[in-house]
Design a protein around this ligand. Structure first.
Ligand code: FAD
Ligand code: NAD
Length: 160
């Protein structure tokens, strides 16, 4: 099976978009990621998956903490910036949550300390214990079929 077929299949799973942030030696680093999942309620755990070539990998290994910023629908430019898709360097300011840098305007900011890590293939899974959360009103940015989307219909489908 070729890589494109795998990516096309995974792209059928509609996700939100996050920017993972961390700080090491006073330097903030951010990276766009959609491989994010809630893992456990008691204790409160989440998982992120970071590629072996990403600068972010060593930074989280060393800082042992990260924040997940779930982007709002008007934050596509931030997603593209932190995915390296906008080349020009722009200064970004960050707020603070639980000692971690976080992005203003995200619909959720989730601060975590790393409690476990697992190398799986060409990615490392970091299990984060949630230490603080901040929520904002707003609609999320979505990623589907390799493209950014927004919730076109705000209608909530009935569970019945
Ligand atoms: P770099 O490529 O060096 O940095 C990323 C970008 O962020 C650069 O443009 C840099 O200038 C900018 N930046 C970083 N810190 C700052 C700062 N403090 N101030 C201003 N700008 C800053 N990869 C994964 O491993 N896992 C995923 O789950 C994942 N999901 C993705 C989902 C989407 C929708 C997209 C588009 C990409 C995803 N990627 C994922 C790919 C990943 O975002 C890119 O490969 C990214 O470039 C890797 O970042 P890096 O840590 O290597 O850092
Ligand atoms: P795409 O078609 O590459 O992505 C569709 C889906 O494929 C993603 O949502 C993800 O689930 C999966 N995927 C893509 N690259 C992967 C990788 N290297 N490892 C594991 N799963 C991967 O979409 P695109 O717009 O071409 O993506 C832009 C860039 O961001 C590409 O370079 C892509 O590799 C990268 N990306 C990486 C990950 C990841 O590492 N987990 C996730 C999404 C996008």
């Amino acid at each position: 099976m070729d890589n494109r077929t795998f990516r096309n299949a995974m792209g059928k799973f509609a996700t939100g978009v996050t920017v993972i942030t961390t700080e090491i030696h006073g330097q903030v680093h951010g990276m766009t990621a959609n491989a994010f999942m809630s893992v456990s309620l008691d204790p409160k755990l989440v998982v992120i998956s970071i590629g072996e070539k990403a600068q972010m990998l060593d930074k989280i290994k060393n800082s042992k903490k990260f924040a997940v910023n779930i982007l709002a629908e008007n934050q596509q430019e931030l997603s593209m910036t932190f995915a390296g898709q906008i080349k020009e360097k722009r200064e970004r300011s960050f707020e603070n949550l639980g000692g971690l840098p976080v992005l203003e305007g995200a619909v959720a900011q989730v601060a975590c300390k790393v409690v476990n890590e697992h190398v799986e293939g060409d990615h490392t899974l970091f299990i984060g214990k949630v230490i603080d959360i901040h929520l904002e009103e707003g609609e999320p940015l979505l990623f589907f079929n390799g493209q950014y989307r927004s919730l076109l219909s705000k209608e909530i489908l009935s569970n019945k």
